[in-house]
Design a protein around this ligand. Structure first.
Ligand code: IPM
Ligand code: MG
Length: 361
């Protein structure tokens, strides 16, 4: 198979972790007889430095002309980086929001899974971990507070800021359908998370999700308020299969879920539209404090590349091979600093990539 992949290395640890994911993909290509053609695309601070904006129209066109986008991370240290002296619409994060919207990537899948080998890195008590947990966070990615109207103004001498949370029923319906479709392939449970005791947008969310649920009689639907969900994630994470939620809640809950799996360095993600196209990136940020030090964990990016093989290219065997190689490396006791525990061997970013690439079968 010949695959056109746009590559956004981005900022901070981005280039290092993407390099390792490509290393693994290249071994997959060789072993399974595929050709992966990469085109580099600038986004975030890397694009600001060259073009003065975090994402150009040409960059969007290049991404659109590809089958998939593999991304590292964007952004810098807000205190010290010159990128944060720019107006908010010119900062690195604006590039990420722009590409999500331009490519209509409304469905963000963030799987949070506890590897048995990482029990020691999980901050939860052993009796709470139990037999482990395996959930899929489905985050709506192109609506809500992130894309509503916002402004800051001086009203009668008082500085006032407004952000708007808008959802229409169509936006809710399409992400809900995705959530139920995925639940059908898993343990057939959807927990829809909202704040329906306060927000109108959440009350509409709940109503539309209930309508969609009628088409999926085999799936158990429950509603949960977001504050309760934040608590349940650390109290009893095994209760969750698919968590279906809006943009902002999904941003927060997915970070929390990743931490209970041991480290945010393990959490992959896929952002999908109506077609096979997808943007694949780790759920974590650019960690400028450890950039360039060979300390970053490349596993979330490598697992994101596996999601790309599975969702965009339908290469399930190849995706399985990557996931198995990650598991084997953990079994063999290799750890980056973020998941290090007693008795394991500490390795850097490059070595972790090598070890995983060697184990592709
Ligand atoms: C994420 C990130 C982004 C988001 C930031 C960088 C804008 O936190 O992908 O979770 O909030 O969506
Ligand atoms: Mg986030």
């Amino acid at each position: 198979m010949e695959c056109k992949i746009a590559v956004i290395s981005g900022d901070g640890i981005g280039p290092e972790i993407v390099r390792e994911a490509k290393k693994v993909l290249d071994v997959v290509a060789e072993k399974y007889g595929h050709t992966f053609n990469y085109t580099d695309v600038l986004m975030g601070g890397a694009s600001i430095d060259v073009h003065g904006v975090p994402l150009t129209d040409e960059a969007i066109e290049t991404a659109k002309a590809s089958d998939a986008v593999l991304m590292g991370s964007i952004g810098g240290d807000a205190k010290t980086s010159p990128w944060y002296k720019l107006t908010p619409d010119k900062r690195p994060e604006a590039g990420l929001l722009k590409i999500r919207k331009a490519l209509n990537l409304f469905a963000n899948l963030r799987p949070a899974y506890l590897y048995d080998e990482l029990r020691a890195a999980c901050p939860l008590r052993d009796d709470i971990i139990g037999d482990g947990f395996d959930m899929m966070i489905m985050r709506e990615l192109t609506g809500g507070l992130y894309f509503g109207e916002r402004k800051t103004e001086n009203i009668d001498g008082v500085m006032t800021a407004v952000d708007t949370l808008t959802y229409n029923e169509n936006e809710i319906r399409r992400i809900a359908k995705r959530g139920f479709d995925i639940a059908m392939k898993r343990r057939k449970k959807v927990t829809s998370v909202d704040k329906a005791n306060v927000l109108d947008s959440s009350r509409l969310w709940r109503k539309v999700v209930e309508e969609v649920a009628k088409d999926y009689p085999e799936v158990t639907l429950e509603h949960m308020l977001v504050d309760n969900c934040a608590m349940q994630l650390v109290k009893d994470p095994a209760q969750f299969d698919v968590i279906l939620t809006e943009n902002m809640f999904g941003d927060i809950l997915s970070d929390e879920a990743s931490m209970v799996t041991g480290s945010i360095g393990m959490l992959s993600s896929a952002s999908l539209n109506d077609t096979k196209f997808g943007l694949y990136e780790p759920s974590h940020g650019s960690a400028p404090d450890i950039a360039g030090q060979d300390k970053a964990n490349p596993i979330a990016t490598i697992l994101s590349a596996a999601m790309m093989l599975r969702f965009t290219f339908d290469l399930d065997k190849e995706a399985d091979a990557v996931e198995a190689a990650v598991r084997q490396v953990l079994k063999d006791g290799y750890r980056t600093g973020d998941i290090m525990s007693d008795g394991c061997t500490l390795v850097g970013t490059v070595k972790m990539g090598d070890l995983i690439a060697e184990r592709i079968q």
